[in-house]
Design a protein around this ligand. Structure first.
Ligand code: HEC
Length: 150
């Protein structure tokens, strides 16, 4: 009698263990899928670096070249001129029928504070950027560069 109940509790312990391992595997599997279905990765163009790769690139500029360097590193992969850049595609669609260009560098109407707000807060499909990615000084340079680019 005592033996049978011991066996039963043993079985249930094993079952519990298996159940938890299964849950863990499921969670890991789901986490894996999430990484794969990252929209920025799907939308990126063959040959263009993905954001995690971009993050490892060094910015080697200061002074007047800083804004352009920050733009090239973080923004050009989505906002360059041409088909297939998600930022340019979205903005071209949004400003269809107006004078406003879908290409960020061709804009003459952008205010530095607006740019900073979009970069820190994100906008629909556009990711936001943290201070660990783009520092406040880099963001200032970037916003001034874009606000003055024609
Ligand atoms: C992963 C792609 C992606 C990256 C990287 C990206 N953007 Fe965007 N950006 C978008 C998309 C998409 C939109 C359009 C959002 C919408 O309205 O649907 C957008 C919109 C904007 C707008 C709004 C323009 C307007 O007229 O409303 C600004 C400003 C902007 N981006 C600046 C930047 C800057 C500066 C960077 C670099 C720090 C950057 N973006 C990086 C995808 C991106």
């Amino acid at each position: 009698m005592a033996k049978a109940s011991e066996e039963r509790s043993m079985t249930s312990r094993i079952a519990k263990r298996l159940f938890h391992t299964g849950l863990l595997a499921l969670a890991l599997g789901l986490a894996g899928c999430e990484v794969k279905s990252n929209p920025t990765q799907e939308e990126s163009i063959p040959g263009t670096p993905r954001l995690p790769e971009v993050a490892k690139m060094d910015i080697q500029a200061d002074g007047p070249g800083l804004g352009k360097a920050v733009y090239t590193k973080w923004c050009s992969i989505c906002h360059s001129d041409g088909p297939g850049y998600p930022g340019t595609v979205a903005l071209t669609e949004r400003y269809k029928g107006t004078e406003i260009s879908g290409v960020l560098l061709k804009r003459t109407d952008l205010d530095p504070d607006f740019i900073k707000g979009v970069v820190r807060g994100g906008l629909f499909n556009m990711p936001n950027f943290r201070k660990t990615e783009i520092s406040d000084a880099e963001l200032d340079a970037l916003a001034n560069y874009l606000a003055s680019s024609k």
